[in-house]
Design a binder for this molecule. Structure first.
Ligand code: C5P
Length: 200
């Protein structure tokens, strides 16, 4: 199959030297890309700025912002059989990018943010045959929120994780589909990646 994986954070520019982002390392998405490659699939990895090197043997598409990621994913969507959206896409971006470097001034700075498009929801509306997997990092009511996200975003599976997963090697995960929930306690990201590829 042709599998598209997104990974890492996105970076939303405030001015030419500053940005908003998250602490996503890209590791989970890279593990899934490597596991899909090892299973013989043709893998494209669209990823935001991370310090890690992407795995060998996959087509790499580095991007910066959520809007860049959306364009890179939509451009390839018709040709793929499955998409795994692992990226921690920024929900908001600064309304405008300030040219140069903003000078500091006395008093507070009100920075206005606008919503970024939800890429996975858009794929859920546009899909024809593609199998779609999303991730949900939930601090509480994980199962209920994951089920709600499965419907709201129109995907086939939601991988549930918790804030403790960020930067960790081993964590508790669950895969929620319309058939039910599979709990994967104390699981490495590499082992979870193999399970997700098996699901595809
Ligand atoms: O709604 P929430 O951010 O919890 O959903 C997480 C899932 O949605 C992840 O699969 C993430 O990659 C995807 N997402 C997206 N576009 C956004 C925000 C999240 O595709 N703007």
């Amino acid at each position: 199959m042709r599998v598209l994986v997104t990974a890492g954070p996105t970076r939303e520019a405030i001015d030419d030297v500053r940005f908003l982002t998250s602490g996503s390392t890209g590791r989970m998405g890279f593990e899934i890309a490597a596991a899909a490659r090892d299973a013989g699939h043709d893998v494209t990895l669209v990823f935001g700025p991370v310090p890690l090197s992407p795995p060998d043997g996959v087509t790499v598409v580095p991007v910066v912002s959520a809007l860049d990621m959306r364009a890179a994913v939509l451009e390839r969507f018709d040709e793929v059989d499955a998409v795994v959206m692992v990226a921690a896409v920024a929900d908001y971006r600064p309304e405008e990018r300030i040219e140069g470097k903003r000078k500091k001034a006395d008093g507070p700075w009100d920075l206005r943010l606008v919503r970024n498009p939800d890429i996975l929801s858009e794929l859920g509306r546009r899909r024809t045959h593609q199998f779609l997997v999303g991730f949900a990092l939930e601090a509480e009511n994980g199962e209920a929120n994951a089920r709600a996200k499965l419907e709201a975003k129109g995907c086939d599976a939601i991988v549930l994780d918790s804030p403790a997963t960020v930067g960790a090697d081993v964590s508790d995960f669950a895969i929620v589909t319309r058939d039910g929930i599979e709990h994967l306690p104390n699981t490495t990201k590499a082992a979870l990646a193999v399970q997700i590829v098996a699901l595809l």
